[in-house]
Design a protein around this ligand. Structure first.
Ligand SMILES: NC(=O)C1=CN([C@@H]2O[C@H](COP(=O)(O)OP(=O)(O)OC[C@H]3O[C@@H](n4cnc5c(N)ncnc54)[C@H](OP(=O)(O)O)[C@@H]3O)[C@@H](O)[C@H]2O)[C@@H](O)CC1
Ligand SMILES: Nc1ncnc2c1ncn2[C@@H]1O[C@H](COP(=O)(O)OP(=O)(O)O)[C@@H](O)[C@H]1O
Length: 302
């Protein structure tokens, strides 16, 4: 058996090596921060559309919007249910709740695919049909095949297992979260190839795989990042990066999405490290450290 390989499920077992992973570093991340120019306005910088949160998990909407705001984006259109919408507006009056043109979407954080209100289903459908790149998280991962534009998904192990199980022929083929934990890189790669989307698989090491490559690992953050809402912040960071790189995604598709995914994980990890400084943090502490991390990346480019 090839070192680092694991078996595919089903009758036709075959093995393939885990190759071609590259560790994403500060210099890589610095190249993927869009800096406003004298000629920029809020639209040309990039507008992010956000459909997240629910009555059950309204906080996820606030955390994603906060993560995007503090990473840097021209404008955010938040289009969610009333309760999360109220909380988002209380925290961030800068957010626009009117629909309109966007350069990227963040959907699904704080939603529950098994109890989706009609209004949310309609909003999610509209985002999926919009033709602009999407970050799909948590409670919208079941819709991954419905997008009309390039997609990057941001599952943790359990969520990836659920997505892959929905495509298995029967239960004996279904991959479990434990299978994924045993070899996350290989499962991220397989999921990218089989779903045709870029996969950002979260964990202590984050694996980012585009269909057919490239593939990046990111180990930037402390284990203090394992705290509720941390992944919702990451969704916002990535949403902002996607919305501010529409041209690059248009030109390079999944190669650009993989670079943006790895940059988001790096920025999130470094913000977690700064916020924690060896001690405990909550998700909003990560948000507070984001502008300084982005500023240092911009300075590192000069
Ligand atoms: N502030 C907000 O609004 C936040 C909102 N959030 C949003 O919540 C949504 C759900 O996402 P999630 O990742 O939390 O859960 P999910 O993938 O459904 O897996 C549930 C699994 O966990 C397990 N489990 C539960 N309790 C456990 C325990 N004590 N000890 C051990 N295991 C335990 C449970 O196992 P079981 O109890 O069934 O055995 C089940 O397998 C999502 O939309 C996300 O964005 C979050 O980001 C948080 C902040
Ligand atoms: N042990 C760990 N070390 C470093 N980072 C971690 C660790 N566990 C989780 N993380 C990071 O924390 C975030 C957790 O995301 P997620 O599981 O979606 O949480 P939530 O749903 O509560 O927002 C991810 O960015 C992940 O990479």
């Amino acid at each position: 058996m090839v070192a680092g390989a694991r078996a595919l499920g089903g009758d036709e077992e075959r093995r393939r090596p885990v190759t071609g992973w590259r560790s994403w570093d500060e210099g890589d991340a610095a190249a993927w921060i869009a800096v406003p120019q004298e000629s920029s306005d809020k639209y040309s910088r990039g507008v992010l559309g956000v459909v997240t949160g629910s009555d059950r998990y309204p906080g996820a909407a606030v955390l994603g919007v906060e993560g995007a705001s503090r990473t840097g984006v021209g404008m955010i259109r938040y289009l969610g249910a009333d309760r999360p919408s109220d909380l988002v507006m209380r925290r961030r009056p800068e957010i626009v709740t009117a629909p309109g043109r966007v350069q990227g979407w963040l959907i699904g954080s704080g939603m529950d695919a098994s109890s989706r209100p009609d209004d949310d289903a309609q909003r999610l459908r509209a985002a999926l049909r919009d033709g602009t790149p999407l970050v799909i998280d948590a409670g919208a991962l079941d819709l991954v095949g419905r997008a009309s534009a390039p997609v990057i998904v941001t599952p943790h192990f359990r969520e990836l297992a659920t997505v892959l199980a929905s495509g298995a022929d029967d239960d004996s083929d279904a991959v479990t979260a434990d299978d994924i934990a045993a070899d996350p890189g290989d499962w991220a790669m397989r999921a990218a190839d089989s779903l045709g989307v870029t996969v950002l698989l979260k964990g202590h090491t984050t694996y980012v795989a585009a269909p057919g490559g490239p593939r990046y690992t990111v180990t930037a953050g402390p284990a203090w990042l394992a705290t509720a809402g941390s992944g919702d912040v990451l969704g916002g960071v990535l949403g902002a990066l996607v919305a501010t790189h529409a041209r690059e995604i248009d030109e390079d598709g999944h190669a650009a999405l993989a670079a943006l995914g790895a940059t988001a994980a790096w920025v999130h990890g470094r913000a977690g490290e700064r916020a924690a400084d060896g001690g405990p943090i909550v998700a909003l502490d990560i948000v507070g450290a984001l502008p300084g991390v982005v500023r240092d990346l911009v300075r590192a480019r000069r």
